[in-house]
Write a protein that binds this ligand. Structure first.
Ligand code: SF4
Length: 66
């Protein structure tokens, strides 16, 4: 599973990182640091929760294979 993030619309409230700081790295100003995340096996539910936690709705779950 992959997550795609429309980083330019991040408002830096760190809701995603509050779900999992491991999955959702923030930059030094508290904005999401990456545009794409390869979700490690076993972390899919956390990834979905993180996506739902973003009030800006900029974290999209891309379930498809490569
Ligand atoms: S929850 Fe959304 S808006 Fe907030 S820091 Fe994470 S990606 Fe940015």
């Amino acid at each position: 599973m992959k997550l795609k993030i429309d980083k330019s619309f991040c408002v830096g409230n760190a809701r995603c990182a509050a779900v999992s700081s491991e999955l959702f790295p923030l930059d030094e100003e508290g904005y999401i640091a990456v545009e794409e995340i390869d979700v490690p096996a076993g972390m899919e539910e956390l990834a979905r929760r993180g996506a739902r936690a973003c009030p800006e709705r900029i974290i999209e779950v891309a379930d498809g294979g490569e």
